[in-house]
Design a protein around this ligand. Structure first.
Ligand code: PGA
Length: 231
């Protein structure tokens, strides 16, 4: 299975100019690597930047950090999977713990979002803090429609804290998740990933990729993470 590295920029950077500069630096840094074809690199900027970023000359894919469960209608403030597809978004993150916390997203809402984005053909990255959430978040999602599903194990204590999950615990959770979802879907690890620990989650804890917050805003560090997985 190909490794997937996803940059979650969260609510950063503070303007479009800086977003363009950040992307340009990342493109420039990773252009020398022979990662193309071996690792899928995805960047998930805030909504307003997605359609404005210059993705020419790179294999990096774009993703969003959330989407709604309806394609259109009277839903003030929402962005639909249809709109994301239309502007060239290939990936969407659903159920991030920060949305569960600050936007009070429930498993039921997340379940609706997962179904809608899978139906639209988006690669859907479902974030969970443990295997117990899978049942509710994937309720009534048929095996046949799961082809574009990606799971991301993100322990809350590790998110944005600089306190990464131990490899042992990460491996244990990976095994639990695999028992439920089987062998075919990718599982990512997320939470305080940096260039020193990235490889361990892939090689020792058997993850198929990483969801990276803070370190993805630093082009040098993001590059080092990708480079550490290259060999
Ligand atoms: P972090 O965030 O890498 O800054 O810990 C990860 C995430 O929230 O996806």
């Amino acid at each position: 299975m190909k490794n997937i590295i996803i940059a979650n920029w969260k609510c950063n950077p503070e303007n479009l100019e800086k977003a363009g500069e950040l992307l340009a630096k990342i493109k420039d840094k990773i252009s020398d690597l022979s990662w193309s074809g071996k690792i899928d690199v995805v960047i998930c900027p805030p909504f307003p930047y997605i359609a404005c970023l210059n993705m020419e000359g790179t294999d990096i894919k774009l993703g969003a950090q959330d989407c709604f469960w309806e394609d259109k209608g009277a839903y003030t403030g929402e962005v639909s999977p249809l709109m994301l597809e239309d502007i060239g978004c290939k990936y969407v993150i659903i159920g991030h713990s920060e949305r569960r916390k600050y936007q009070k997203e429930t498993d039921q809402m997340i379940n609706s979002k997962v179904k809608a984005s899978l139906l639209r053909g988006l690669k859907t990255v479902l974030c969970i803090e443990g295997s117990s959430q899978i049942k509710d978040d994937l309720k009534d999602v048929s095996k046949e429609s799961m082809g574009n599903l990606i799971l991301a194990f993100e322990p809350i204590f590790a998110i944005g804290t600089g306190k990464p999950c131990s490899v042992d615990l990460a491996l244990k959770e990976n095994t639990e998740i695999r028992k439920i979802i089987g062998d075919s879907l990718p599982i990512l690890y997320g939470g305080s990933v940096n260039s020193s620990n990235a490889k361990d989650y892939i090689e020792k804890a058997n993850y198929n990729g990483l969801l990276i917050g803070g370190a993805s805003l630093n082009p040098e560090e993001f590059f080092k993470i990708i480079a550490s997985l290259e060999g």
